[in-house]
Design a protein around this ligand. Structure first.
Ligand code: FES
Length: 129
C-alpha cells in the first residue's frame, strides 16, 4: 500500500522487535528495518558486495557488518568503510499513525567506465552513488 508522498506502509510499530532487524517487502524489494536504542534505520536487505542479508548482520556502534565478508555500513547513511564507493541503499523512515512508513531511495547512476567493479556482483548498476 502506498500513500503519504511516496512512502509505503511497512506495518505497525509493534511488529518490529526492539534491538534487532525485521525484513519487510517494499514495492517487492526486501528492506531491513532496524529498531535500536539509538533510533530506527532502514536499508535495502542486500549487501552491495554479493547480496547477503544485512538484517542478519552484526550491529554495533551505529553500523551493520555483513556476515559474509565483514564489510560494514553506517546505518544512517549506508556508507561503507570497506570498499571505495559501495553504499547500502538507505530508505527514508517515518512513523505515522502507529505504523512505520518507508520511502525508497532515488535511482543512482552508473559508475564511470574506468571503475573496476569486478569485485562487486550484486546489481552494479544501482550500488554506486
Ligand atoms: S556479501 Fe556482504 S561483504 Fe560480501
Amino acid at each position: 500500500m502506498m500513500s503519504m508522498e511516496g512512502f509505503f506502509d511497512a506495518g505497525p510499530i509493534d511488529a518490529f522487535p526492539h534491538g534487532s532487524a525485521r525484513v519487510v517487502l517494499v514495492d517487492n524489494v526486501r528492506v531491513a528495518v532496524f529498531r535500536l536504542d539509538s533510533g530506527w534505520y532502514a536499508l535495502r536487505d542486500a549487501c552491495p558486495h554479493m547480496g547477503s542479508s544485512l538484517a542478519q548482520g552484526r550491529v554495533r556502534d551505529g553500523r551493520v557488518t555483513c556476515r559474509w565478508h565483514d564489510w560494514s555500513f553506517d546505518l544512517a547513511t549506508g556508507t561503507s568503510d570497506s570498499k571505495r564507493k559501495a553504499c547500502a541503499r538507505v530508505y527514508e523512515l517515518r512513523t505515522h499513525d502507529d505504523h512505520i512508513w518507508l520511502k525508497p531511495p532515488p535511482p543512482v547512476g552508473r559508475p564511470s567506465d574506468d571503475e573496476d567493479d569486478e569485485w562487486m556482483t550484486a546489481d552494479p548498476d544501482t550500488w554506486f552513488r
